[in-house]
Write a new protein. Structure first.
Length: 344
């Protein structure tokens, strides 16, 4: 039947060409296209099921792509979302951001160690931070220490302020207050810990240990500057902002959650080893502090092996006041402050 249809079409065009020979060319072209259409229709009729299936697949593919493809907005009503920055965060937002930073910290420890090794520490040294520092001789001379001194002991105070936990998950409470006391020069800290600090410095001197105090109390602006500078340092090495933020938070405490802002923490090094890195822990001064700090109410705040709990790398130079009773227990048990608080 299809073949007879083609024959009838050809026959009809043949008669037309005989009748109008002047239009032979256009008629031939028309015949070609008519036969092409007929051939196409014959093909569709013989493969209808395959073509229907192919059409359904094309429609499904088009619909699925419409859901996954990005929508680009332009025009006056569109506002580009600002880049993430700590400057845009306040109050509770900072807490949320810090929780994101420390999420799955244990899984990131190995990656961090590849980027920041003990042999190439990314720690702010005293020279880098451009801060004042004083030797124990200068501090003791300024305070005229003597064994019979009747300075009040911090142990007579309530213990709550001594063991207050401040870290990435526990920012400094907004209502936290304390009185700054001067150690010497521009060095300040919570005035309640100064008597025990002086006792520790004198004991070190008696044992021929040379200590230098730097960076005790730091205000929020100072901590923010150090933290931002560390972020910029990592971003300069090709990291994204969030990657740099995570790395910086393991070397410099996030502003608003630094113990230096409490006035209860201080950094200590020695004249023969003036770099704040893991090597200080192997010096005579570092060993003496680790063995005797608890006698004066201080602890090694970020011990080695507890990074997955504290969220901060090993810092043998960072000491925190918690009171003699808590300090003795923490150092004897080899735990960190977070573990001590959880066990209470």
């Amino acid at each position: 039947m299809n073949e007879s249809l083609k024959e009838r079409i050809i026959s009809a065009f043949g008669r037309t060409m005989k009748k109008y020979p002047i239009f032979r060319g256009p008629i031939t072209v028309c015949l070609f296209f008519v036969l092409l259409v007929v051939r196409f229709c014959m093909m569709i009729s013989s493969n209808s099921k395959k073509l229907i299936s192919l059409s359904v697949l094309c429609v499904f593919f088009s619909i699925s792509c419409s859901f996954s493809a990005p929508v680009f907005q332009t025009g006056e009503d569109y506002e580009e979302e600002p880049a993430f920055s700590m400057e845009h965060l306040e109050g509770e937002d900072i807490t949320l951001a810090t929780e994101y930073v420390v999420e799955d910290y244990e899984e990131e420890i190995s990656e961090r160690e590849d980027l920041v090794s003990v042999d190439n520490p990314e720690i702010e040294t005293d020279e880098d931070m451009d801060i004042d520092n004083y030797s124990m001789d200068e501090i003791l001379a300024e305070n005229e220490w003597n064994e019979a001194d009747s300075r009040p002991s911090a142990e007579n105070e309530t213990e709550e302020w001594m063991t207050i936990l401040v870290n990435k998950q526990h920012p400094i409470p907004e209502n936290y207050e304390f009185t700054l006391g001067t150690i010497t020069g521009n060095l300040q800290c919570d005035e309640r810990i100064i008597p025990d600090l002086l006792d520790m410095l004198q004991a070190a001197k008696n044992d021929n240990i040379s200590l230098v105090i730097c960076s005790p109390y730091r205000n929020l602006d100072r901590q923010q500057m150090l933290f931002n500078r560390k972020i910029n340092s990592y971003m300069g090495r090709g990291m994204s902002y969030m990657e740099a933020y995570k790395m910086a938070s393991q070397a410099v405490t996030i502003p608003g959650s630094s113990e230096h802002q409490l006035g209860l923490a201080l950094d200590i090094y020695t004249a023969s080893y003036m770099t704040l890195d893991a090597g200080f822990g192997e010096t005579k001064a570092g060993i003496w502090l680790r063995e005797h700090c608890s006698e004066y109410g201080f602890i090694l705040r970020y011990p080695e092996g507890k990074e997955y709990i504290t969220g901060i790398e090993y810092e043998p130079w960072h000491f925190r006041y918690v009171g003699k009773e808590a300090a003795t227990y923490i150092m004897e048990q080899g735990i960190c402050l977070e573990e001590y608080i959880d066990g209470q």
